[in-house]
Design a protein around this ligand. Structure first.
Ligand code: NDP
Length: 311
């Protein structure tokens, strides 16, 4: 069999993925017809997908064995009622590596007070030695592919790390809490809070005024997860009141963040334009190819999305 693999993503991505995907399919021994035009929809076997207006209705793809998402976050497609075939999300070593670098860098920036150092270069000799990481507790909400990797990297630097997930997790070196019952303790424990939750009906607006109030005074919020995890107005109120120290936000309810948004230019907010990490074609192509190999061999797909839970 030579499966037909439709690459259905914004145009600019095909140039980046064509060679890695072709190579990765060869490596797993699958000979496929691959491209943005894989023949009539009823002949397509797999859809490599990133949301774009060109494909929203999956109904004509009657033979497709799976939709293979290029992105880790699937909130834009998980609710698509025409997408009835298995949906796999992206778990990519390169994406994870990039997220670990971004989160570690942001945590160290706030832990070491690097902003303060950079803004005090006028000749005044003021010595503020930062505490050791072992005295700076960090909380990571979300202990999945990305959250767990970040939690481990921070723990390796000696930060005491508390993690929070929906179901119970056991990660050596991390204090793992879960469920509604563990949330208040998780929020109360971290001087630096990292949000790496997916956006689902349950996590939408999770960090509202009441939960922000549980964070320690002066806490720093890092959000590379999804914008709607946070109630923007409540966050701004907590920052304006001086209750929270800073928010470094990589993701927003509306992207690009509108120029008039109060986050821009706010003295306690750093706007990062959704660059914390991204799927890396070389490593991601191997994940896609492995799933196609599995589909052809009748083996279970990796990284299937649980539709009921929304991630
Ligand atoms: P995973 O699905 O691997 O992990 C999700 C984690 O969140 C799991 O630990 C899960 O719990 C937990 N979780 C989900 N729902 C709840 C809930 N209601 N209460 C408590 N915990 C919950 O996702 P990834 O780690 O791969 O990715 C996380 C998110 O990061 C993505 O969904 C995406 O939004 C974002 N992202 C951002 C990027 C950027 O550049 N800014 C790049 C890529 C992704 P459990 O372990 O029990 O299942």
């Amino acid at each position: 069999m030579t499966p037909n693999v439709l690459f259905a993503a914004p145009d600019r991505l095909w140039a980046r993925y064509q060679a890695p995907l072709t190579r990765a399919l060869e490596e797993v021994g699958v000979s496929a017809r691959l491209g943005p035009d894989a023949g009539p929809p009823e002949d397509v076997d797999y859809i490599v997908y990133a949301p774009h207006p060109g494909l929203q209705d999956f109904t004509p793809f009657t033979r497709a064995k799976a939709v293979l998402s290029l992105w880790a976050g699937v909130e834009k497609i998980v609710g698509n009622r025409t997408l009835t075939m298995p949906l796999a999300r992206m778990v990519d070593a390169g994406l994870t590596e990039g997220m670990v670098e971004w989160v570690t860098g942001q945590v160290l920036r706030h832990h070491l007070g690097l902003d303060h150092v950079l803004s005090h270069q006028s000749g005044e000799w003021v010595q503020n030695v930062p505490p050791l990481a072992r005295w700076r507790p960090v909380t990571v909400l979300g202990l999945g592919a990305l959250g767990a990797a970040c939690a481990r990297a921070l723990a390796a630097l000696n930060f005491p790390v508390t993690g929070w997930s929906r179901t119970a997790r056991d990660i050596p070196g991390i204090r793992c809490l879960h469920g509604e019952g563990g949330l208040a303790e998780a929020l109360g424990s971290g001087q630096i809070l990292v949000l790496l939750l997916p956006l689902t009906p349950e996590t939408d607006g999770l960090l509202d005024a009441a939960r922000l109030a549980l964070l320690p005074d002066g806490a720093v919020v890092l959000n590379p997860g999804r914008g709607p995890l946070i109630d923007d107005a409540a966050l701004l109120a907590a920052l304006d009141a001086g209750r929270l120290g800073h928010a470094t936000l990589d993701v927003f309810r509306t992207e690009p963040l509108p120029p008039s948004h109060p986050f821009w230019g706010h003295p306690r907010v750093t706007v990062s334009p959704h660059v914390a990490s991204e799927t890396r074609p070389e490593s991601a192509a191997r994940v896609i190819a492995e799933n196609i190999r599995r589909g052809e061999a009748g083996e279970p797909f990796l990284h299937l999305v649980d539709r009921a839970n929304g991630y």
